[in-house]
Design a protein around this ligand. Structure first.
Ligand code: FAD
Length: 382
């Protein structure tokens, strides 16, 4: 894949226009608050179809496929506002419902998720385990036609405000490490409490801990078979990691664009600082690295659209992309000199936000384990 189709080009222009008009002008101001984004903004994003990509047309979605399109949307939104409502958690919740839930569940939840009226989140991480996700302790005990859910999920993006969560739990404490079950859990129960994180970045995304205190869930809210939740999760993680990467690459692209215009108008020693190789080469290097990562991400999404395996590729871009983005934003800040270090300039905030992408959905070390196991083979990898 060396270019977008005409339809993808048009979509790109449309999302860029929207994101530059509706998101970019308020991004810096919103990043400072811990308030969730206004519902009106989510509705506008939904009108562009951003919450319905890959989801069935009968519920208002765009139909199956379209992962390259999803990447385009994420790149343009990330470029305008790194903290904008990220459709990925709602999308994954929607996909889980379609693939592993029943028709009634789809009718109940999909229209709201696709219109941006309802928000989903993905609850895997627990206080005692993140990278070692198989070690989760949250328990779903079967009692007649119900499961009783107890445990704590933590670090959940959007967890403070989400309406539903895809929660991973063990139905049997003696179950093997991979025998985890997924549930769709409406978060309006009185037996569910939430606390919001005080975060370094991502503030409007309202990362939260969610406490389940014997929450009764009808059996029909189990997603797929008992003990297979992890297998389902791994299938989704691959493309999710790529979209996360492309979002932060968008933010880095904007940062380098800002560095370029600043370097052209800022003078030192009687000439624009862009005319010093020390500045110009930095910009050239970051532009190259960002473009390389961006193309790799689109290749992985293209593989996903062709139903081809892309686990190794997704892991490669998930560790490299956010690192390259963080370094680009850091240098963009340095090119802005003392002004870059001030909170008047968006770069310090974008740098803090970008670091979150290095951790979310799995750290660099975990991605390298995935890659090493594929490249070296079982028995020869760490
Ligand atoms: C901004 C943000 C958003 C997030 N959103 C969500 C969400 O929506 N839902 C959700 O469920 N979770 C979410 N998370 C949690 C995230 O998935 C975990 O933080 C991540 O998987 C790492 O787990 P941990 O924090 O427990 O670190 P740990 O697993 O404790 O790891 C700590 C350090 O040890 C290293 N390490 C661990 N094991 C190994 C190993 N085998 N080899 C080498 N190094 C190792 C790690 O790389 C890391 O540097 C989010 C996190 C952040 C920061």
């Amino acid at each position: 894949m060396f270019g977008f189709t005409e339809e993808e080009e048009m979509f790109c222009r449309e999302v860029r226009r929207f994101a530059q008009r509706e998101l970019a002008p308020f991004a810096k101001q919103r990043a400072k608050t811990e308030n969730p984004y206004p519902i009106e903004l989510r509705r506008k994003m939904a009108k562009l179809g951003l919450f319905g990509i890959t989801l069935p047309v009968e519920y208002g979605g765009q139909g199956p496929g379209g992962y390259v399109k999803l990447g385009i949307a994420f790149e343009e939104i990330g470029a305008a506002d790194i903290n904008a409502p990220n459709p990925s958690s709602s999308l994954v919740a929607g996909q889980y419902i379609v693939l592993y839930g029943d028709k009634e569940m789809s009718r109940e939840w999909l229209p709201g998720l696709i219109k941006g009226e309802k928000v989903g989140c993905l609850a895997v991480t627990e206080p005692e385990c993140g990278s070692d996700a198989a070690a989760i302790r949250t328990r779903a005990k079967k009692e007649g036609q119900y499961y009783v859910l107890s445990g704590e999920k933590t670090s959940i993006t959007g967890g403070a405000d989400a309406d539903i969560a895809v929660v991973f739990a063990k139905t049997d404490p003696a179950a093997g490490p991979m025998e985890v079950t997924a549930f769709l859990v409406p978060l309006d129960s009185a037996s569910i409490k939430r606390t919001v994180f005080s975060d370094t970045g991502w503030m409007p995304m309202r990362r939260a801990s969610i406490f389940f205190d014997d929450v009764r869930i009808p059996e029909k809210y189990r997603l797929g078979e008992e003990g297979r939740g992890f297998l389902y999760l791994m299938k989704h993680f691959d493309y999710l990691r790529v979209t996360l990467c492309i979002w932060v690459l968008g933010a880095a692209r904007t940062s380098i664009e800002e560095a370029i215009s600043y370097a052209k108008q800022r003078n030192a020693f009687g000439r624009p600082i862009s005319t010093f190789e020390g500045v110009a080469f930095k910009i050239a290097e970051h532009a190259t690295r960002l473009e390389a990562c961006r193309l790799l991400c689109y290749r992985a999404l293209w593989l996903k659209d062709q139903n081809l395996q892309h686990t190794k590729e997704a892991a490669m871009y998930k560790w490299l992309g956010p690192r390259v983005a963080v370094e680009a934003i850091h240098d963009a800040l340095l090119i802005h000199g003392h002004y870059g270090y001030s909170t008047d300039c968006a770069l310090e905030q974008r740098l803090r936000d970008a670091i979150g992408f290095e951790i979310a959905d799995g750290t660099a070390e975990i991605q390298k384990l995935v890659i090493a196991r594929q490249i070296l083979g079982k028995g020869y990898a760490p």
